[in-house]
Design a protein around this ligand. Structure first.
Ligand SMILES: NC(=O)CC[C@H](N)C(=O)O
Length: 447
């Protein structure tokens, strides 16, 4: 006798669940959404929000819709069936439904970061290719403090002590926060996120989680959901999880490295020449595209004022687009691997980046290189000098100017998205410049 296993329906999966949290990433990758009653949700009640929500600034301000060619109409939050999950960490049983943004006519939103990644992936598919990516995300864990103006402090662990110094790869420090990590791993399992590794990173109470490579949309969804869950579980344990690019001065920043490869319909890695096992011409063009295109797209990988502080004291946080075999000081690192796993790691994005956009920018630049048959520079060797054209912008202001002129952005993304994103970032920059920092008061009060 054979036993047939039938996947449970959505209603079966959500049995006993009172509320469903429908969320969507805004342009900053911040989850926005609505907590809706499960019954009408299961009966197919439509969930809608205003387009402005997608373009909302970190400060809560909204750029004028005329800047991105929209009015203040609604879009639909359409649940992605594989991304509806029951969340074990919430006090009341709840479901989390990751949604895609659709226009009222059912087409993908021209303002949504998720649809921008979808567009880039489609362009690969139209050639019979399937990009694969893996992200690695770093974050700091600090003691929760309701006053966000206060300096961050390492938490007290099970051993009753606060961590001191930089305990890279220290097993003991992670064990001192074991109840938190146990729940985090249970949460990952509940969200269907396979975890390659969790480790202590170089900074004080800094950790890293590695995801297993897969389809770019799936990995972006997982990275987005992971960050959402990370914040919630941390709060439950009296901690705050901080994914700022540079939360502490004189400490390493936090990155979101992206490993990329591309396979064809037979699953062969197109970055390797099947006859010789050596790197293929396509790989060279892909690297050439990353070098030519990512400089203009840095705003999608380093989206905040603070993102640029991560590049100031370089603790393996390169602000260049040099490439190398296995050198962590280059923005584009080709890790040693067997030919079937040939890939390139983009080390430029910060943990504060919207994963959909950082991945979309990287894949778009690579495909641009293949389409234009670009060539990379010679690989960086030893203690290399960074040529001027491979040096990255070091301020948000400059990064905004670069995106305004990016050919790749206009070619791969919708004009509405680029204009909306630029308007959002410009407003955030103005808000930042309107605030006087402690450094200015400390040193400029004497001039
Ligand atoms: N181990 C590492 O690669 C460290 C990366 C570093 N924390 C960064 O900000 O990029």
């Amino acid at each position: 006798m054979t036993s047939l296993s039938v996947a449970p329906t959505l209603s079966e999966r959500l049995a006993g669940i009172a509320e469903v949290e429908c969320v969507i990433p805004d342009m900053n990758g911040i989850p926005r959404g609505k907590l809706v009653n499960a019954q009408p949700y299961l009966q197919g009640r439509r969930v809608q929000m205003a387009h402005g929500v997608l373009v909302q600034c970190l400060t809560g301000e909204y750029p004028e819709p005329r800047y991105y060619g929209y009015d203040d109409s609604d879009f639909i939050l359409h649940s992605i069936p594989e991304q509806v999950h029951v969340t074990p960490w919430t006090a009341q049983p709840r479901a989390l439904a990751l949604c895609e943004a659709l226009e009222m006519d059912g087409t993908p939103s021209r303002l949504s970061s998720r649809s921008m990644l979808q567009r880039v992936v489609e362009r690969y598919r139209s050639r019979g290719w399937f990009p694969k990516v893996a992200t690695e995300i770093e974050f700091y864990l600090f003691e929760h403090n309701p006053d966000v103006q206060q300096a961050f402090q390492a938490p007290v662990g099970l051993d009753g002590r606060r961590e001191v110094g930089n305990q890279a790869f220290a097993a003991g420090s992670a064990h001192a926060l074991q109840p938190f990590f146990t729940e985090l791993k249970e949460g990952m399992a509940a969200l269907g996120i396979p975890c390659e590794a969790v480790m202590h990173e170089m900074g004080l109470s800094q950790y890293e989680v590695n995801f297993i490579h897969d389809d770019p949309l799936l990995i972006a969804d997982q990275t987005f959901l992971f960050k959402f869950m990370l914040h919630e579980i941390a709060l439950k344990h009296g901690l705050i999880a901080v994914c700022m690019a540079k939360p502490l001065s004189k400490m390493p920043g936090s990155s979101m490295h992206i490993h990329q490869s591309v396979v064809d319909g037979q699953g062969q890695n197109i970055f390797t020449n099947p006859d010789t096992g050596e790197a293929s011409e396509l790989f060279a063009h892909y690297l050439g595209g990353l070098q030519a295109g990512l400089g203009d797209l840095i705003l999608l990988m380093a989206p905040n004022v603070n993102s640029y502080q991560r590049y100031c004291h370089v603790y393996a946080s390169p602000n260049n687009l040099c490439w190398s075999q296995d050198n962590r000081r280059t923005g584009l690192r080709v890790p040693s691997s067997d030919p079937a796993a040939r890939r390139v790691e983009n080390r430029v994005p910060g943990a504060d980046a919207n994963p959909y956009l950082a991945i979309a920018a990287t894949l778009a630049a690579g495909l641009h290189g293949i389409e234009r048959q670009l060539h990379p520079d010679l690989p960086a060797q030893g203690d290399f000098e960074v040529p001027d054209d491979l040096r990255l912008s070091c301020t948000l202001h400059r990064a905004i100017r670069r995106l305004q002129v990016s050919e790749v952005a206009r070619d791969f993304f919708t004009p509405e998205f680029i204009d909306g994103y630029l308007a959002c970032k410009q407003l955030e920059l103005e808000s930042f410049l309107d605030e006087i920092s402690p450094w200015e008061r400390r040193y400029l009060s004497q001039v």
